[in-house]
Structure formats: structure tokens, C-alpha cells
Design a protein around this ligand. Structure first.
Ligand code: GLV
Ligand code: GLV
Length: 327
């Protein structure tokens, strides 16, 4: 039976499945991302590696794993941390965890950020806690509605679709989307309209990003794109930090080029600001809502990811094709 190295303690359901299938597990016990040295040592001679999005899995790690390494089962939907070309060269399948539960969870989180911005929830919470609520006022902390507004979905994968469904059925928003592929069925089902990114940015009141991090999506939203957006618009990012040019975002927020931003991911993660000494810090802006890469952080989603990572390992170690190959 196979030896599996897991680079951090993860929710247990997948680990139980792996044990029940007769595999032996070594789990790194630290409470931070595994140090490189420990990763290179831990992967040695194993049949399967189960890493996190915080682990850079490159040729060096694969070589350290050696000839027995048969699968890299990334515990994440994204897989920009894994060198797919190096894995392909070595014939090692790479898998991710796009479980249906995760799409629901991340879509909820995208909405949590949108609602937080539109209804000024964190700001209102700070206000109330600070003892500033001295009496009801008709113009106090006025926000805006999602209802009736146009949501621009950038990237129509599983998560983008789950966001669209909520937008249309739950919030009665209009949806426009941009993606390399048009989907007529989807357009019919949700009354959604395809737009090239530039047009989408001009029309949308809320823009939500759901693209993978690729060379083509790095800094996809930068100065030129902010220049197209409405001054009243909000930008939400639950994908990957470097999709937004953070310097350009800070400038857009400071100059009121856009109304606000909801960010779950950051260009220089785990730093919130790439340059912590910068005076334009995102952390100081009232119209910015920040969550520390927790869009999929529910028990349901993280257990589903655990089970799916395990199922991928079990399949491949049985000589079967992986269930959800990264591609
Ligand atoms: C989280 O960011 C993931 O890719 O699962
Ligand atoms: C607000 O509380 C209202 O009753 O309108």
C-alpha cells in the first residue's frame, strides 16, 4: 500500500479515507506552512504528495520525491503553486479539489464581501463598537443595494456560475460575464450577457473575479482597467491576489476611481500590502473589506476538499485515472 505525505494537518475526512484504503500517512505537524527543507525531506520516497496552496511544488520537490511519486494531490481549487510542466515531464498527475461544495462556499463568500461593501457592514460594526451610535439618522452610514444592479463576473468556471446563480435568483441582479468561452445555454438560463472584459468593466456595478492565476491573468486588472470602471463600482477578489495590480488598486481607491474593494487574496500574500511601509495601506481604508484567504474556510468545503484530495490519491494509486486532474 502507498506512503502519503501531507504537508499540514487538514480536516480529517480525507485522511480517514486514505487510512481505510490501507495507505500509510505522514502529516507535517507544524502550525505554519511547511519549511522548504522539511518538504524536501518529507516527500522522499513517497507514493503520493498532498500539498497546500502555500507550498511551492516545483521540479526540485518532484526530484526529491523520486521515482515512486505517482501523484501530487493539491489541497486547493487553484494550482498555480504547482509546476504543471515539470510534473507532466515526469508523468506525475496533478489534481486539485474543485468539489461542488467549494464552489457554493466561495460564491457565498464573494457575496459576503459584496454585501459587506454595499451595506457597509464592517464600517458600521466598527462604528457601533466604538460607541458612536448616538441616535438613528436618516442618512447615517448610507450604503447601496445589490438588487437591480449589474454584476460583472470575470471567469465563468464553477465558482463564477455559483455566483451568477445567487446574483440572479437571490438578489435579482443583472449579470454580464467575460470568459474565453461563451456559453449560450448559461446565457439563456440566467439571462446573462457575454461582454469582452473592457465592456464588462464599463457596465458593471460590482465586479467579481473568478479566474485562475495564469501568465495571461496576472495583473489583468490594472490602471487601464480601473480607468474603465464606474466610480460607484466595487471590485471583489476571491481568486488569486496577483490577478489585481495592487499598486493600481490602491491608487484607484485613494483617488476614488472606484467606490471600494472586497479582497480575500493579496498580491504579496500573506502581506496585505506588498509594501508594508506604504502610506496607502489597504488596511487603513474604510471602503475596503479584507478577509485572510478564507473564502473556502467552512467545515463543509474544507472537508469536501479533504475527501476529494483523498479520492484522487486512492484512484491513482490503484492505477486508475485521477478524478479531477488540474488543467
Ligand atoms: C483556495 O484559494 C483554493 O484555491 O482552494
Ligand atoms: C427603520 O428602522 C425604519 O423603520 O424605517
Amino acid at each position: 500500500m502507498g506512503k502519503i505525505f501531507v504537508t499540514r494537518q487538514i480536516p480529517d475526512e480525507g485522511l480517514k479515507k486514505l487510512k481505510a484504503a490501507g495507505h500509510s500517512l505522514a502529516v507535517y505537524g507544524g502550525d505554519r506552512a511547511i519549511p522548504r527543507k522539511e518538504l524536501l525531506a518529507g516527500v522522499k520516497g513517497v507514493d503520493a504528495l498532498l500539498p497546500l496552496l502555500t507550498d511551492k511544488i516545483d521540479a526540485e520537490v518532484m526530484n526529491a520525491g523520486g521515482k515512486r511519486l505517482k501523484i501530487i494531490a493539491n489541497y486547493a481549487v487553484g494550482f498555480d503553486n504547482v509546476d504543471l510542466a515539470a510534473a507532466k515531464q515526469r508523468g506525475i498527475p496533478v489534481t486539485n479539489t474543485p468539489a461542488p461544495e467549494v464552489s457554493e462556499t466561495v460564491a457565498e463568500h464573494a457575496f459576503a464581501l459584496m454585501i459587506s461593501l454595499a451595506h457597509r457592514i464592517p464600517e458600521s460594526d466598527r462604528f457601533a463598537r466604538a460607541g458612536k451610535y448616538k441616535g438613528w439618522g436618516p442618512q447615517m452610514l448610507l450604503g447601496v443595494d445589490l438588487y437591480g444592479k449589474t454584476l460583472g463576473i470575470v471567469g465563468l468556471g464553477r465558482i463564477g456560475r455559483a455566483v451568477c446563480e445567487r446574483a440572479v435568483k437571490g438578489f435579482r441582479m443583472k449579470v454580464v460575464y467575460s470568459d474565453p468561452r461563451k456559453d449560450k445555454e448559461f446565457e439563456k438560463e440566467f439571462g446573462a450577457r457575454y461582454l469582452p472584459l473592457e465592456k464588462l468593466l464599463q457596465e458593471a456595478d460590482f465586479v467579481s473575479l473568478h479566474v485562475p492565476l495564469l501568465p495571461s491573468t496576472r495583473h489583468m486588472i490594472s490602471t487601464a482597467e480601473f480607468a474603465l470602471m464606474k466610480k460607484t463600482s466595487y471590485l471583489v477578489n476571491t481568486s488569486r491576489g496577483p490577478v489585481i495590480d495592487e499598486k493600481a488598486l490602491e491608487r484607484a481607491l485613494r483617488t476614488k476611481r472606484i467606490a471600494g474593494a472586497g479582497l480575500d487574496v493579496f498580491e504579496c500574500e500573506p502581506l496585505i500590502d506588498c509594501d508594508p511601509s506604504d502610506t496607502l495601506e489597504l488596511r487603513k481604508m474604510e471602503n475596503v473589506v479584507l478577509t485572510p484567504h478564507t473564502a473556502s474556510a467552512t467545515i463543509e468545503a474544507r472537508q469536501a476538499m479533504s475527501r476529494l484530495a483523498a479520492d484522487n490519491v486512492i484512484a491513482v494509486l490503484k492505477g486508475k485515472p485521477p478524478l479531477t486532474p488540474a488543467k
